[in-house]
Design a protein around this ligand. Structure first.
Ligand SMILES: C[S@@+](CC[C@H](N)C(=O)[O-])C[C@H]1O[C@@H](n2cnc3c(N)ncnc32)[C@H](O)[C@@H]1O
Length: 203
């Protein structure tokens, strides 16, 4: 297993990414191709910056990436990739949607690799992870364009099937993705929601 981890760690170093987690996005992108040139992409839990850097390389010079994290990130934009705006913010902050909407007229893709701080209790960690996904869904309702995409990490546990059901009304299709670069013994999976249906269309 260590050998397996080392492979992605070394690959990230060689490819100039600050974290091996980039391959959990790259694998999904290679299969489902939801990131496209010219898009505005928001990346919740962006630190230390790998997903944002990768998304910026796909979005290209006409695209925009906004990375949000509790921890400050500051990596210069690498031309001709999309410009990256780093925000040091808590996703639970009440003023976050207004702050984002003031600067950008919505996003084509919402990414989240957010992970709660582990507590030692598997149940508590699972519940905190579900709460983060619910917050991403709430933010998607404010920020995501019709037919947009969400790719969001979650730690599985007993309430995971119910969470997947909660996501279903918001997207035409929902898939649960387990990339090869995510350790097999880890409870982490990613929910891929495609073709976002804005709230006003639920009723
Ligand atoms: C696994 S790391 C993300 C790695 C990143 N995707 C990359 O490729 O470099 C998870 C991040 O989620 C962030 N996070 C957790 N809770 C958050 C919150 N409430 N608001 C913003 N960021 C949060 C953590 O600070 C941490 O940096």
């Amino acid at each position: 297993m260590r050998k397996y981890q080392d492979f992605y760690f070394k690959k990230a170093k060689k490819d100039n990414y600050p974290a091996r987690s980039v391959y959990k996005l790259e694998e999904a992108q290679q299969k489902y191709k939801f990131l496209k040139k010219g898009q505005r992409i928001i990346d919740f839990g962006c630190h230390p910056g790998s997903w944002s850097l990768y998304a910026a390389s796909i979005a290209g010079e006409k695209g925009t990436v906004v990375g949000v994290d509790l921890q400050a990130t500051d990596i210069p934009t690498q031309k001709p990739n999309a410009e990256i705006h780093w925000l040091c913010y808590d996703v639970y902050a009440d003023d976050l949607p207004a702050l984002l909407k003031k600067q950008w007229p919505g996003f084509h893709v919402v990414l989240s690799d957010m992970a709660p701080r582990t507590t030692g209790s598997q149940y508590a960690d699972h519940q905190h992870s579900l709460r983060l996904v619910r917050r991403v869904l709430e933010l998607a309702q404010e920020l995501l364009h019709e037919n947009g995409t969400m790719y969001c990490k979650v730690f599985q546990g007993e309430d995971f099937p119910a969470l997947v059901e909660e996501c279903k009304p918001y997207f035409k299709t929902i898939k649960v993705v387990k990339p090869k670069s995510s350790r097999q013994e880890s409870r982490e999976v990613f929910i891929l929601g495609r073709n976002f249906i804005p709230v006003r269309k639920h009723i």
